[in-house]
Design a protein around this ligand. Sequence first.
Ligand code: NAD
Length: 346
Amino acid sequence: MKIIITGGAGMVGAHAAEYFAGKGCSVLVYDNLMRSKIFDVDRKSVEFNWNYLRKFRNVIRVKADIRNRQKLQKVFGAFKPDAVIHAAGQPGVGFSLKVPLEDASINAVGTLNVVEAFREVNSRGTLIYCSTNKVYGDNVNDYPIARKKTRYVFRSIEGISESCSIDHCGHTPYGISKLAGDLYVQDAAYCSDLRTGVFRMSCIYGTRQFGFEDQGWIAWFAIRFMQGKPLTVYGDGKQVRDVLWVGDLVRAFDSFLTGRTGSGVFNMGGGPANTLSLLELISLLQEITGRSVKVRFDKWRKFDQKIYVSDIAKAQRTLRWSPLLSPREGVGRVVAWVNENAALFR
Ligand SMILES: NC(=O)c1ccc[n+]([C@@H]2O[C@H](COP(=O)([O-])OP(=O)(O)OC[C@H]3O[C@@H](n4cnc5c(N)ncnc54)[C@H](O)[C@@H]3O)[C@@H](O)[C@H]2O)c1
């Protein structure tokens, strides 16, 4: 199989590239390495994954922007992919609030560019889109919750399903631009013959993730523990997310790409069995590392959800897939990777 992976220098894209290259697929990764600009950090973080992929002989790397239509058409035309995993994106809520037009140009228009470039060369191909739970916006806050000792819990549901409404609520520009991409991809299956999988992802974590306060909280907390530097928690720390090991996500991609299931939208995360609150992650890190760091509590940020847990029943049923790695094991692997690569975080 020939696969184009956009955002191949990012955490999700690089893991997907390694996985499919390992399966013997021909992989082309397409990334403009702008993550360092988005988060205003050293280029070495985004270059690390880019250089990591150099060792795979069946991975071609193209440094280019998904907003450059001509370049996309040229690359897609020459490679002629059977499948595309569209993981390139601007993933920060903060960036989207500061520069909403640029956020929209990448997540909304950039996604349409990828859909169109793919359709022009393979009108019956398969496309996976890395969408987000943020497409449900503030609607997820309508479900009643209770406050327990270390976490919030839903009172009447276990997780948010695909039937949650996507509109009549606040979103943030990031939620809107990702939703536009999500709808364009769904519509490509409606208006043409592309087979599309929209994966509405919750918190994905793994090795080679360069987390910051704005994005990638598990990696960010692990890095601060390794550095012995203080952490800021916004709110009371009882906010909960379901967490999914990136390797488990990539297996779900594989299941969609190689299976026969039709186009669809899938909530994708660790589900109710794999959740962590911030306070619980801090305790887990204390246990794993034998260290503690100073934790400073600050005001709630307007856009932080108290709890988001994905209902992954549809993905489990349709893709014959389930998460395998527990948060304890996964966080242990992240800590080990961060410690082995401490020089990257100086
Ligand atoms: N990691 C998560 O928890 C999570 C959760 C929900 C959704 N997502 C979505 O999944 C995708 C991948 O997430 P990630 O964690 O790997 O993020 P990431 O920032 O590590 O990777 C995204 C990659 O896209 C590249 N990129 C950005 N703009 C580009 C452009 N205009 N042209 C070409 N490349 C560009 C960046 O350089 C980066 O390497 C993103 O679209 C994100 O919105 C991620």
